[in-house]
Ligand binder design. Sequence first.
Ligand code: ADP
Ligand code: MG
Length: 484
Amino acid sequence: MSIYDKYETIIGLEVHVQLSTKSKAFCSDATTFGASPNSQVSIISLAHPGTLPRTNKTHIHSAAKLGLALGCKISPESRFDRKNYFYADLPKGYQITQDRMPICVGGSLDILLKDGFRNIGIHHIHMEEDAGKSIHDVDPKYSLVDLNRAGVPLLEVVTEPDLRSAEEVDAFMTAMRQMVRYLDISDGNMEEGSMRCDVNISVRLKGTEKLGERCEVKNVNSMKFARRAIDFEVKRQIDLLESGGRVLQQTLNFDPVSGTTSPLRSKENAHDYRYFPEPDLPPVVLDENVIRELKATLPALPKSLYQQFVHEFKLSHDDAVILIEDRDFALYFLGNTQQSKSVKATANLFINKIRPWLSEHKKSIADFPMSDKQIQNFAKLIEAEKVTASIAYSKLFPAMMEGKKELPSEVAEQLGLLKNTDSSELEALVDACLAANPKEVKAYQNGKKKLMGFFMGELMKMSRGTADPKMGGKLLREKLDIRY
Ligand code: ADP
Ligand code: MG
């Protein structure tokens, strides 16, 4: 047993979600991603003296929606606070955030692991604003500042220290991205910085209760980096403890080039943010009616869809995971199972053909060329064994993608794709197939029964895939055995 196996990893996350509101958190500046630098900055974003912030209803409602989806307690009254620090990309000299009274408290998120769901506790969710962006690698002499992002609304989701590995962190971020997309409050895109996280990491001897001293890795913006930072940090902490040292509570920076973490600041010289209540904003009040209305707007959520697909529809774990990935896709699938008995055939069609087609053509399910009626008819054709699945996928599906208006059953008929169950025609084909392969027939009759697969393949080729496999197999066997 290696020394590393003696320890357990403990991780808590602070996830920043950038909301997809049209305007900023405390003024009407636009938030369009990729706009030219400093083009979305009014005097409020620039913190001119005398300017005043105003709350953004969508910011507040998005926070409450996420809280409701995660089973948090929604505070009827929450407050904004000022977090003071000096940096070039923070013109006000403070960030408006929520410290003592956040909008959502408690709750949990279900993350999907190989062996099912695991429930991760949420400590709280609070609202805040983003800072601008400092750019150090464009000009050789100067650092540049883009304030377009200053004041963009964020939610910060703080978890309990419930995560145990990099895999679980990955699953958490995946589930969080899926959730904010289901709720339509953010694109959850880590590559564009719409989701970032601070990763708090500690280790403790297995079997012990007390949490170890933790380090916080700041601003991790990709899952690959998160994984590498965790691996490095866990090993560093264990090595330190095993050599008789102590882990110091520190804020760390992860350097993707060297793959190592290095201290930004230690607890002793930790920031003193001098939090105090934001005097320019009133408390955020959410009355019961508003909360009820927001609750009514929540869509079906990933876990309940997963459970319906697995328990009611008897689909496999893997199929259900794929089907729930995207909200609109999942709901479209669900809609197409409602009047249909061919649930398994429908699921296969969505997973094997529709999803790859959408990703290949970079389209969303709303743009899919087949109507519900056509999709249901397609699945039924396969389920009723009128067309073999392989022919349906390789010939009928591409034909339908040309924008055919008729039902798949009609198109299959026109193209001669319906399964050939006419026994006299099939018998003639079987005869032809055996006549064309005398050597194999002899070998089969001398005991090489494995050749049955070969004959089936030949028969399928000769019939261009339309031979009914059951009937074809039966005829082949009969004829081969009679001669025997
Ligand atoms: P702060 O407010 O000082 O940043 P908190 O105590 O509120 O710190 O915790 C912030 C994050 O750190 C939370 O996600 C929490 O789960 C996590 N955390 C707290 N203690 C530990 C620990 N010993 N090991 C790992 N993570 C921890
Ligand atoms: Mg923190």
